[in-house]
Ligand binder design. Structure first.
Ligand code: ATP
Ligand code: MN
Length: 466
């Protein structure tokens, strides 16, 4: 049975097929203009970018106080008639019969009508969702999240809930946050004076996960196609516009799968998500195109319509070296591509998303599949304009002897990853997967320059506020 709602959202009211009838709304006043006879309140409830104009005259119940003393930021509840609006840019307005002020606003409300810088808005993360831009970001984020789940569901993937606390470093990069219940002022010591982690909560060192991949591989080796979608943590001290210490990652992992299949999956996946978000968030995306970055809409269209370019890392290096461009970081075979290189390839050279494959083994993680040339591994990054790397993935090394060799090369302990090696002992198959940084995806779709503005509560070096 459908529950009977006493109030409609602004979105629902604006979507009504015609004017007429009663409208009951609740929300926050963005701006109030009090004329001599009549007041105009712009009401927004976050259900969509637009607000609805409330027109209230002396005949409206609550006029003296609830209307006349309502200003920016106040919460109100309105009952009135939905009429066609004579004003430009809005279809309907509400002629109020009753306005009740639910929450007033004390002096000093920081969100006034003027434009605030994103830096400033980060210092008021408890209020910034009430701005047009951050509200739109959060709706696009939600739409993208649902589109991701819908895609995997439709493709027969099972969602696997990977743990957030782990004892293994999936990237082998050592940029992990320790999780401990020991008292830092009084840690237990062993005979040699070292911290005795065996007395810690989990009986050994434990950390926040940098990736759910290793667990996703366990899932794929039984359920064939799985994905994880959850927060991951990296204690990398990089103060960039593309890195967070806590970010959300989408990680599909597929059995019976080689590098080419993965590149196909990545393309199919991104297009499907973009198509759904473009459909659902038209108003918000048009706003980003107008106010934030005028390539937002055309870039989304490109991703959906054009096939992604595919090159090997070696070809990428050649393109960069013969570009005549003066990069800040030198380009030479064997070193990782920097963000400026990634952006050059996708933004300028190809002007489209690019899948770069087969990177030198020395710059990639231990679990990647060794190619026949024994110099490169079957890695795959997807680069997009403006952002650079948005997806990183690989075919995994499923051959026990070669994986053990990689462990030895990188000085990793076989005992610690015994279960990971077991997967190669019992019914091992070619498999692979990738990780999409969810915030980078949202950045890409919205054109927002800084990753801190596409997550509600950014965690970065020096700040875990709110
Ligand atoms: P980068 O070189 O940009 O630091 P990475 O090679 O460390 O990326 P991966 O380990 O392959 O990234 O992680 C998979 C994806 O997760 C990346 O493609 C990116 O979209 C995202 N990602 C990685 N690190 C961060 C971070 N600190 N903040 C936000 N997203 C991230
Ligand atoms: Mn990184």
């Amino acid at each position: 049975m459908e529950s009977k709602k006493k109030y409609e959202s602004v979105r629902e009211v604006l979507a009504r097929p015609e004017a007429g009838g009663e409208a009951r709304l609740q929300g926050w006043v963005r701006t109030a203009r009090h004329g001599k006879e009549v007041s105009f309140l712009e009401l927004n409830d976050g259900s969509c970018l637009s607000g609805v104009q409330i027109v209230a005259g002396p005949e409206c119940e609550g006029f003296e106080h609830d209307v006349r003393e309502t200003g920016t930021g106040c919460a109100v509840q309105v009952t009135g008639d939905l009429v066609e609006s004579p004003g430009k840019g809005q279809r309907y307005e509400v002629h109020a019969r009753q306005v009740v002020q639910i929450g007033g606003v004390e002096e000093g409300y920081p969100l006034q009508k003027k434009r605030h810088s994103f830096e400033f808005l980060r210092t008021i993360a408890h209020l910034r969702p009430r701005t047009n831009t951050i509200g739109a970001v959060l709706r696009v984020r939600d739409s993208a999240s649902r589109a991701i789940h819908a895609f995997f569901h439709q493709e027969g993937f099972v969602q696997l809930h990977a743990p957030l606390i782990t004892s293994s470093d999936a990237e082998g990069a050592g940029q992990m946050f320790r999780v401990t219940s020991l008292d830092p002022g009084n840690v237990p010591r062993d005979e040699s004076g070292e911290t005795d982690w065996s007395q810690d909560f989990f009986g050994g060192p434990s950390f926040l996960s940098v990736s759910g991949q290793l667990e996703a591989e366990i899932g794929a080796m039984a359920l064939s196609r799985v994905y994880t979608f959850g927060p991951t943590f990296r204690a990398e001290n990089s103060n960039t516009a593309r890195h967070l210490a806590e970010f959300w990652m989408v990680e599909p992992e597929v059995a019976f799968c080689e590098l080419d299949d993965l590149a196909d999956l990545a393309q199919h996946f991104l297009r499907s998500v973009f198509t759904q978000v473009r459909e659902e968030c038209q108003e918000d995306l048009a706003f980003f195109d107008q106010r934030i970055d005028d390539t937002v809409l055309s870039t989304i269209d490109h991703v959906i319509e054009r096939p992604f370019e595919r090159i090997t890392y070696t070809q990428g290096v050649e393109i960069l070296q013969s570009s005549g461009r003066d990069f800040e970081f030198p380009v030479e075979w064997g070193s990782d591509l920097q963000s400026e290189h990634e952006r050059f390839l996708s933004e300028e050279y190809f002007q489209s998303p690019v899948v770069v494959t087969d990177y030198p083994k020395g710059i990639k993680a231990f679990y990647m599949y060794m190619n026949d040339d024994e110099r490169t591994v079957a890695a795959m990054d997807v680069l997009v304009p403006r952002i650079g790397e948005i997806i990183g993935g690989s075919q995994r090394e499923h051959r026990l002897d070669l994986l053990k060799q990689r462990f030895a090369d990188q000085g990793l302990s076989e005992e610690e990853y015994w279960w990971y090696l077991d997967l190669r002992r019992y019914g091992s198959v070619p498999h692979g997967g990738f990780g999409l940084g969810f915030e980078r995806l949202v950045q890409f779709m919205t054109g927002m320059a800084n990753i801190r503005d596409v997550i509600p509560f950014p965690r970065v070096p020096g700040s875990a506020d709110f």
